[in-house]
Design a protein around this ligand. Sequence first.
Ligand code: GLA
Length: 386
Amino acid sequence: MRGPEPTVAAFTRRFAGTPLVVRSPGRINLIGEHTDYNEGFVLPAAVDKAVYFAAAPRDDRQYHFVAVDLHQDEQGSFDTLAHSSLGWPDYLLGVIEQLERRGLKPRGVNLAFGGSIPIGAGMSSSAALEAGFLTVLNTLNELGLDKLTMAQLCQQAENSFVGVRCGIMDQVANLFGREHTLLKLDCRSLDIVEIPFVREDLRILLCDSMVRHELASSEYNARRHQCEQGVATLRRQFADVRALRDATPEMLASMQPEFDPVVYQRCTYVIEENARVTAASEALLKGDIDAFGDLLVKSHEGLRDLYQVSCKELDILVDVALGVEGVFGARLMGGGFGGCTINLVREDCVEEFAMELPEAYRDATGREMNLHVCSIANGTSVLHSA
Ligand code: GLA
């Protein structure tokens, strides 16, 4: 597993001084997809793939960012923030903009970053950039922001500067993650219940389809809008429904004639998925991995048929996986339209899985996939102070 060294070395080649070093992980989500912005439940964790930042403050208000793996640089001033054609700087600049809006004026920064979270794979390299960078600025400028405020600020950065109306799951998983622990997050109260996940007999495997759809962010925002339309319709009869989290299957069914059919499907999925998170958490606590795996499969079916955020390649990965011995469950993970599937596999069947999946995927799609074995790890932290 790649550590911070290449990033620190890149910093040292470009800039003076001893850097502050921060590690910011990717995340997985066991179940609860597209429920976060409906104020429901999710079950994510931080993982052992991470972005590392090496940074030092400047005496002015300039920033100089170096994306080590992409061999790209971006420079500018905190006083004139503008979107970048490179894409990735927007996740960093959005964080600055949010700080400035709160009247916090950070000093300029020299920064190098790089790591092992695949981009666009659904492991939230975006939240890793935001939360890692905010941790850098929080530390260098002694801003004293707590983790929850930081998660909210990063989400707002992505909503308003990047323009993806994401929920708060990724940022919370990134900042609050803990080794061997899943976070059952209530996306309304932001309460976290930690669920231990220490199963030597199981592995969490991600299959990266290597498909990246341009449509992903516009379709994401479209889904979010459809959920809002669903809430508006439900509220005609049920004034207490503030978000889909408050709706029951019975409420929804009773109003079906008033619904746009597509919006109805979307709401059905969200309400069912939210219930699945609670059922899955209970199954885990009882050690009932068969039941847990079945819920993952149901989640995929809902994402594919009702929420319609899957794609041919993800469906193939799930179908093939479910035919391999020792696979308890498999489903697409994250926003959808490409990226990864998450698979819960018996430890002694991992080798078989690693042989069969790439070959079957190649035969069916002509594409190569990437397999990642993930361990649940700690959230963002400072590794070395400057
Ligand atoms: C992306 C978003 C999250 C969440 C997931 C889908 O990762 O950033 O907020 O909505 O998609 O569950």
